[in-house]
Design a protein around this ligand. Structure first.
Ligand SMILES: Cc1cc2nc3c(=O)[nH]c(=O)nc-3n(C[C@H](O)[C@H](O)[C@H](O)COP(=O)(O)OP(=O)(O)OC[C@H]3O[C@@H](n4cnc5c(N)ncnc54)[C@H](O)[C@@H]3O)c2cc1C
Length: 402
């Protein structure tokens, strides 16, 4: 096997697509190979729980670059190929199909996998998860058949699918152990707002319950057993979070802890291997160690990993950002609030148009605009500033004068 001084990327998701683009945009002269175990060229996942699931968008619209873009940019895109192991001493990656690929620099962009629950019945037909395009296609088939869907989990993906399923005409119940949806991220007040949103659209919320088993009838899932009775259903979606895909890194002896540990330039404990996106637990120069599972982070970290490979000195120094769309609610969140943060509302929660701020020790640590647009950059610029709670809540004080 000939040695290579080029870059190999394992994983064909958003981080990979943006790393490749940045490398070529900056004139990277060496070979680039992307090993991607899905059949489709790298694509965006947010539509899988929203527009694609609702039939408003075709799968192709989610692709980051068309398949021929890779050849045009002299990138070898190996679709349907699984990287099975890394030989750090030999600087090679072995594919499950047997081929060995040499690397100079290796980027791990393996993302995350939908978490499954170790419960009786969790492997039955009719128990689904959502991570890949094929999972979304399965859910679309479920929507077309109609009937009752139980969503286990009241996080972002669970709530987005609940909204899409309800809009498709299904009878939807969300079961979760928390007292409000998203309460651990957004606090109880905003969590209650999301609960009202779903209830007012006819989604049944069964909160504060543990799911103890998947019910079975005729060899298929028939609902869930909970700590407070049974919830019958035709299909069960497990939306209980994601686990970083660290197996390769662990087997190669790289440092891992809730993801692959990387520094602020996204280098792992091996200087020739980087990690970016959902799989990376990275040192943020402002916020400390973070593993972020969001679209914006995958794009930016893909770009940052490329810049590190190019020899630039950029660092992971930005605030997290994410968005969601559920029924008639669209929102953007920027920042990183701790559990003790005080929530301050500007605007009308009941009208559904407001900005929420999170304040810790008099400093603004996060902000979220709900059905108010073109303000997120302004909110981002305010993060880290000392603020007065009364002025934050006062709509007469312009945002840029806070
Ligand atoms: C349904 C859904 C909805 C979402 N909605 C939002 C949203 O509204 N807003 C938001 O901010 N974020 C959202 N996200 C999160 C966002 O999509 C992720 O943060 C982003 O996809 C992460 O990109 P990534 O490149 O790190 O990993 P991924 O997109 O997971 O890509 C990793 C790829 O690597 C492949 N791979 C893994 N191991 C190997 C291997 N050994 N060999 C070859 N290939 C391998 C995987 O199969 C996968 O294709 C959503 C995610 C999902 C699943």
């Amino acid at each position: 096997m000939a040695a290579s001084d080029g870059t190999v990327i394992i994983g064909g998701g958003l981080a990979a697509a943006h790393a490749v683009q940045t490398l070529r945009e900056h004139g990277y002269p060496r070979s680039i190979t992307v090993i991607a175990d899905e059949a489709m060229a790298p694509y965006e996942r947010p539509p899988l729980s929203k527009d694609f699931l609702q039939g408003k968008q075709e799968a192709e619209a989610a692709i980051v670059h068309p398949a021929d873009w890779y050849a045009e940019h002299d990138v070898t895109l190996l679709l349907g190929e699984h990287a099975a192991s890394i030989d750090r001493a030999g600087h090679t990656v072995a594919l499950a199909s047997g081929t060995e690929i040499p690397y100079g620099q290796l980027l791990l962009a393996t993302g995350a996998d939908a978490r499954r629950l170790h419960l009786q019945g969790a492997d039955l037909p009719g128990v689904l998860t959502l991570r890949r395009i094929g999972d979304a296609e399965n859910l679309k088939t479920v929507f077309a058949a109609g009937g009752r869907l139980v969503v286990v989990g009241a996080g972002w993906i669970g709530l987005e699918v609940a909204a899409s399923a309800k809009q498709a005409g299904m009878d939807v119940t969300v079961v979760a152990p928390s007292s409000t949806p998203l309460g651990s991220v957004l606090g109880e007040e905003i969590g209650a707002h999301f609960a009202d949103l779903h209830s007012s659209h006819g989604v049944h919320l069964r909160l504060g319950l543990q799911v103890t088993a998947i019910l079975e009838a005729d060899g298929r899932a028939a609902g869930v057993e909970t700590s407070d009775g049974e919830v019958p259903a035709d299909v069960v979606l497990l939306a209980v979070g994601a686990t970083p895909a660290v197996e390769l890194a662990e087997a190669a002896g790289l440092a891992t802890d809730n993801g692959v540990l990387v520094d602020a330039a996204l280098r792992t404990s091996d200087p020739d291997i980087l990690a970016a996106g959902d799989v990376a637990n990275a040192e943020n120069t402002e916020l400390g160690r973070l593993r972020v599972e969001h679209w914006d982070n995958a794009i930016r970290q893909g770009q940052l990993a490329a810049k590190t490979i190019l020899g630039h000195t950029d660092r992971y120094d930005w605030q997290p950002y994410f968005f969601t769309d559920q029924f008639d609610l669209g929102m953007e969140y920027v920042g990183h609030a701790g559990p003790e943060a005080q929530t301050v509302i500007r605007g009308d929660l009941e009208e559904g148009e407001f900005i929420a701020f999170w304040v810790e020790d008099g400093v603004l640590t996060a902000a979220m605009n709900v059905n108010i647009w073109d303000v997120n950059d302004t909110l981002r610029a305010l993060l880290g500033r000392a603020v007065e709670v009364e002025r934050l809540a006062d709509e007469d004080v312009p945002l840029d004068q806070l």
